[in-house]
Design a protein around this ligand. Structure first.
Ligand SMILES: NC(=O)c1ccc[n+]([C@@H]2O[C@H](COP(=O)([O-])OP(=O)(O)OC[C@H]3O[C@@H](n4cnc5c(N)ncnc54)[C@H](OP(=O)(O)O)[C@@H]3O)[C@@H](O)[C@H]2O)c1
Length: 422
């Protein structure tokens, strides 16, 4: 059996989970990888902070990242400290020091993932990041191995557990957005500053990574059309429920010929769709592909052990490459020249809600369903063009506040082609 020494940056939720699982699953890890892992050094920001678990006796705790990165005996660095600039610096230094790197840092990956992967390849070390999307769900390996030969046409994900927890609480417990957010924060599911989660930024970052694996095209998350859940109204939630839908923060990438259409935002999902059943902090990714058809992958999107488990699967893969002198293969080699475009411009069906009015607007729309009370009127449109949507919003908006949400799965392929030609 070979021994491989590893260094860990960060000992918080995820880093702590890595330490615990390495100890709890040591026997199985050794049997299946034929490697005895030694956690040689761990870097933290606050050396004297009390921890709920103990480190192995041989492990050295430090607040000097360089001591971990420059230790010549360490072959694999696991980065679980978060942050962007410091983590980037550390990862680059680790790669230059010929160490394979494993990270869960989706914020950094969304900005610099392809560059770091290229650097790792050129320095013949591994760069793996299974835990960065949907925490415990091994979705990147599914895409890069099990589905590697299939042609994927659409990826739709509930990939932000915080937003899904808040939405689930708003729907099932009739809580306001503020109350649901407060509950999420009290339970540790939302950060004190929840902007990235509730504004859809985190979901957009993860969609960028997913897109690289599913379509060979990493997206620039800052160029995506992203809407958050913080502007949703109780009228929208109640109307969706009445029409047989639930509202989810969906991140979607859909391929049509040489274009990749994306959207991130609250979307009506039919209650019969599997994605509608995914509640609380759970995540799910639905894949449409030519050979397999539809498949859905669900599980915990965060948390100490689920996320650590994804990191340990990367650790096993990196160790295997070290043993076989085969480091430096890209996690995912797929590359395509798709042109990014927004799904929001495609014709689809919408939930329209008008506030301060309880009667149907005068227009030529063949409303599919409608409901009202003394505060609002809501209707479900058939598939309409984006132009028609804008016209409708403009006309109503002259006199009343109005909002709209797309309905999942109503975009027509033929319709998208029309948009492309325009
Ligand atoms: N939490 C999840 O469920 C989850 C799921 C998927 C991905 N991720 C990603 O995993 C990463 C870590 O998340 P987390 O929730 O585990 O964070 P966390 O609980 O805040 O832990 C961060 C850890 O990093 C340490 N640290 C911060 N800055 C440091 C520095 N400059 N030098 C050395 N150590 C430093 C902290 O040290 P102290 O403890 O001494 O303060 C802490 O131990 C993030 O990139 C996150 O996006 C998290």
């Amino acid at each position: 059996m070979r021994t491989i020494k590893i260094g860990l940056l960060g000992l918080g939720t995820v880093g702590g989970g890595v330490v615990k699982l390495l100890q709890e699953h040591a026997a199985k890890i050794e049997q299946t990888t034929n490697v005895h892992f030694i956690l040689k050094r761990v870097a933290v920001a606050h050396l004297n902070k009390p921890r709920k678990f103990s480190l192995p006796e041989e492990t050295i705790l430090t607040d000097q990242i360089d001591e971990v990165l420059n230790d010549p005996e360490i072959q694999i660095i696991v980065e679980t400290m978060g942050t962007i600039n410091r983590a980037r610096q550390a990862i680059v230094q680790a790669i230059y020091n010929h160490k394979s790197v494993i990270t869960a840092n989706k914020d950094l990956l969304a900005i610099d993932g392809p560059k770091l992967a290229q650097l790792a390849k050129s320095r013949h070390v591994d760069f793996l990041y299974e835990a960065s999307v949907a925490g415990g769900i091994p979705i990147l390996r599914v895409l890069s191995s099990s589905l590697v030969t299939d042609q994927i046409t659409r990826v739709s994900g509930i990939i932000n557990g915080t937003a899904n927890y808040i939405l689930s609480a708003m729907v099932s417990d009739n809580l306001s957005y503020d109350k649901a957010l407060m509950n999420a924060q009290q339970k540790g599911y939302a950060e004190a500053n929840p902007v990235n989660d509730v504004k859809g930024i985190d979901a957009a970052n993860k969609l960028s990574i997913l897109s690289q694996f599913a379509f060979g095209k990493a997206l620039d998350p800052t160029n995506l059309n992203v809407r958050g859940i913080d502007q949703l109204t109780s009228a929208q939630l109640a109307s969706a429920k009445q029409f047989g839908y639930t509202i989810k923060l969906l991140a979607i990438a859909k391929r049509l010929s040489n274009r990749l259409y994306t959207s991130v935002g609250p979307t009506l999902v039919d209650n019969n769709d599997q994605l509608a059943q995914v509640n609380g902090v759970q995540n799910a990714i639905a894949i449409e592909s030519n050979a397999l058809g539809s498949s859905v992958y669900t599980g915990p999107g965060a948390g100490a052990k689920p996320t650590a488990n994804s990191i340990l699967s990367d650790l096993a893969a990196a160790a295997n490459d070290i043993l076989n002198y085969d480091c430096g293969n890209a996690f995912n080699n797929y590359h395509s020249e798709l042109t990014p475009s927004t799904l929001n411009n495609a014709p689809q069906s919408y939930l329209i809600t008008i506030y301060g009015r309880s009667t149907r607007p005068v227009d030529s729309i063949d409303w599919q369903n409608e409901t009202s009370n003394h505060n609002y009127w809501s209707g479900l449109t058939p598939v309409i063009s984006h132009k028609k949507l804008n016209l409708l919003l403009e006309t109503i908006g002259n006199d009343f506040a109005v909002s709209y949400l797309p309905v999942y799965g109503t975009v027509k392929l033929q319709a998208i082609k029309e948009v492309k030609q325009n």
